[in-house]
Design a protein around this ligand. Structure first.
Ligand code: ATP
Length: 233
């Protein structure tokens, strides 16, 4: 499904990603883990079409999307939940969800999809008429994920969904990720390495803009370097 190969990304003269390659197949949750500043958001923003790679390939279901702009990436089956969520605070929860289904193909089946999203996050039904900006951070994260699912993606790209949230809320969000994976593949970018790997089949470790390790989550969790560098064990 998603195949990234040899990706090099710069901010001006400064290189942020070096020869990054990774893949996500159908039905998988794949984690991309690394500490603060490793290059995770740069990778998400490049796949999302917000940054142009200097070189390398990003292929989604066989189509090269490396030069597709951010506002058109959802047409290729990729939905992105950026760090900081970017929900529309002055609109209701329901209107935010409806906005996620704006592309024509997604609109057709939006009634079934909104019922699915409400079944995953019942709080979004309870709060449907509330202004999104008045909800808690965890509820806003659920809304951001729900809105992304409304575009009927094949791949959900999540940038640090656990950031700043209470462990009980993270549990809810990570439970939903495991529930949806048969319908939508998930690429989970996280600093919360232990928890991310626990719900993933595979993972990649990014250090200073390079993928230094990749493997099954069990392999990564057992790796001494990962345990030392990332888990503080
Ligand atoms: P965080 O968890 O803090 O978001 P991250 O792993 O997502 O970290 P990035 O934000 O991708 O890391 O940053 C990777 C590198 O690129 C860092 O050295 C950072 O300083 C640099 N960087 C990020 N954004 C920019 C920018 N807009 N201009 C210049 N350098 C940037």
């Amino acid at each position: 499904m998603l195949d990234v190969s040899g990706l090099n990304v710069f901010y001006g003269q400064a290189q942020a990603l070096w020869d990054v390659s990774l893949s996500v197949a159908g039905g998988e949750v794949v984690s991309i883990v690394g500490v603060n500043g490793a290059g995770k958001s740069t990778l998400v923003n490049t796949i999302a079409g917000l940054l142009r790679p200097a070189s390398g390939r990003i292929s989604m279901s066989g189509v090269d999307v490396a030069r597709v702009p951010g506002h058109r990436i959802c047409e290729h089956g990729i939905a992105v939940v950026p760090e900081g969520r970017r929900i529309l605070p002055q609109m209701t929860v329901r209107d935010n969800l409806d906005l996620g289904a704006y592309r024509p193909g997604a609109r057709r089946a939006s009634q079934q999809r909104i019922e699915w999203v409400h079944s995953l996050f019942p709080i979004l039904w309870d709060r449907r008429n509330q202004m999104a900006g008045t909800m808690s951070g965890g509820e806003q994260q659920m809304l951001a994920i729900g809105r992304a699912l409304m575009s009927d993606p094949q791949l959900l790209l999540l940038d640090e969904p656990s950031l700043g949230l209470a462990p009980v809320i993270v549990d809810t969000i990570f439970d939903v990720i495991t529930q949806i994976k048969d319908r939508v593949s998930v690429c989970l970018v996280e600093q919360n390495i232990l928890r991310a790997l626990k719900i993933s089949s595979r993972g990649y470790v990014i250090v200073e803009g390079r993928v230094v390790l990749g493997g099954t989550s069990e392999e990564l969790l057992a790796n001494e370097d990962v345990r030392r560098a990332c888990l503080g064990l």
